[in-house]
Design a protein. Structure first.
Length: 315
């Protein structure tokens, strides 16, 4: 198959959500508490739908199962999930399990290692990344005492920043941040602290302290990373992370045209800014801000043109 697979995202209401997914990307969001856009997802809790081509109308999970030749993957399930998150309020302080723990405690669900590209951030915005406890005993004591000010590590953020968040990392997005998140296809979250807030029914949200303590890495400190860049004509590629879970890069095209050779496996793209054209097999495909698409396995050489900022990921 020598054409991109464009996907229709799924939107999720969240207590901390807002309207920036509409304001920044023009999405037709369902309400003013829209916290998440599941842009490329085959997870049962929200599946993207193919928008074009011979598989139009199919859910991504069904396409994965019925046409494995489009992906050439050894995974049993579509392993990645791409989201956009609008943190119009602070997210809960949380942690995710690894594959082994999730497999034992969450009915075979994958673990959740993720990463964030900061799309937008208000002045003074911060994330929580890591904690100050030096031992498991100190971790338990600080959580039980609710000593959040001394326990949690806060890191200031700005647009263009990137953070790798492996399973076991205590973390939270702060108010006023929009991120593109690449993660394992999992919806398992263990909440540690939720600011004692209540949902629309007046109830506090469930915490998962026992499991959170089980899986949180100790000690855990934030260490800023440096990233390699390369160029191909007008295309600049910033390599953020590459490991057994995913490879994530930022692609900046600054006008003109660039020839690109596709990977052997499928690749996922999210257009964060600008507009342009992808040309393959004699066909032109318009690319616009807020679009998400997959280039299937075996996709031949293609050409990109225009002004584009995209996040690319693959297994």
């Amino acid at each position: 198959m020598n054409q991109p697979i464009f996907l229709q995202p799924i939107f999720q209401e969240r207590i901390w959500g807002g309207t920036k997914l509409r304001d920044l990307f023009g999405y037709d969001i369902p309400n003013d508490r829209t916290g998440e856009c599941w842009a490329v997802s085959a997870h049962p809790n929200g599946q993207s739908v193919v928008q074009n081509g011979p598989y139009q109308g199919m859910k991504l999970g069904d396409l994965w199962t019925s046409h494995p030749e489009l992906f050439r993957s050894t995974s049993n399930v579509f392993p990645l999930l791409t989201k956009l998150l609008d943190a119009s309020d602070d997210l809960s302080v949380q942690v995710h399990p690894d594959d082994e723990y999730a497999g034992q405690h969450e009915n075979g669900e994958l673990g959740k290692t993720e990463c964030w590209y900061i799309v937008d951030a208000e002045p003074g915005a911060v994330i929580i990344y890591g904690h100050e406890a030096k031992t498991k005993e100190e971790l338990v004591t600080m959580i039980e005492n609710g000593d959040w000010e001394h326990f949690l590590t806060k890191v200031p953020v700005k647009p263009g920043d990137f953070f790798y968040v492996p399973s076991g990392t205590l973390h939270a997005l702060g108010k006023g941040i929009v991120v593109l998140e690449t993660q394992q296809s999992s919806d398992t979250t263990y909440r540690v602290y939720d600011y004692d807030r209540r949902d629309k029914n007046g109830n506090t949200r469930e915490l998962h302290l026992e499991k959170a303590i089980d899986v949180t890495t100790v000690p855990q400190a934030y260490v800023p990373a440096s990233y390699a860049t390369s160029t191909n004509g007008a295309l600049t590629v910033t390599s953020f992370v590459s490991n057994s879970f995913f490879t994530v890069e930022k692609w900046n095209l600054s006008g003109g045209e660039t020839e690109v050779r596709a990977n052997e496996k499928y690749t996922i793209f999210s257009v964060l800014a600008g507009s342009g054209t992808l040309t393959a097999g004699g066909q032109n495909y318009d690319l616009a801000k807020g679009e998400h698409f997959i280039l299937p396995a075996g996709f031949g050489p293609y050409r990109l043109s225009g002004e584009l900022e995209m996040i690319m990921s693959h297994e």
